[in-house]
Design a protein around this ligand. Structure first.
Ligand SMILES: [Zn+2]
Length: 130
């Protein structure tokens, strides 16, 4: 069985981040499909799965890798932003503010009352309750 799979996948592209993303999106779309029973959802799910399998069995590995690279250049910053927000929410000893001037994120200790915050990047001063 393993030998059969190995021979089947020989020279083919296989799985990557874009395929995993397509599969996750199609799994998420199952929820509204089961609730509403609208055929449009099943159609979208089918298209996503067909694309994912086409990419997986494709022999044009160079092109598939380029697609994945394009996807990652869009997806990685979003992912990084999401994990940053999650870490900020988990931090109970600090509060996070955006500098009104340069938009950089600043971390200040929580529970100090109204304090004047000086941005270390642009030296802009603003008052916030912590
Ligand atoms: Zn600033």
């Amino acid at each position: 069985m393993m030998d059969f799979l190995r021979r089947l996948m020989y020279g083919r592209y296989g799985n990557d981040s874009l395929n995993q993303f397509l599969m996750v999106i199609s799994m998420i779309l199952l929820i509204p499909f089961f609730i509403t029973r609208w055929r449009i959802f099943s159609l979208i799910i089918l298209v996503l799965i067909v694309i994912a399998y086409f990419r997986m069995f494709s022999r044009n590995t160079y092109r598939r890798a380029a697609e994945n690279q394009k996807f990652l250049s869009w997806f990685t910053p979003l992912q990084r932003k999401a994990t940053g927000k999650k870490m900020q929410m988990a931090d109970k000893t600090h509060r996070y503010y955006k500098c009104p001037s340069c938009k950089k994120t600043l971390r200040v200790p929580r529970g100090k009352g109204r304090i004047s915050i000086t941005c270390p990047h642009c030296k802009y001063k603003f008052v916030k309750k912590t």
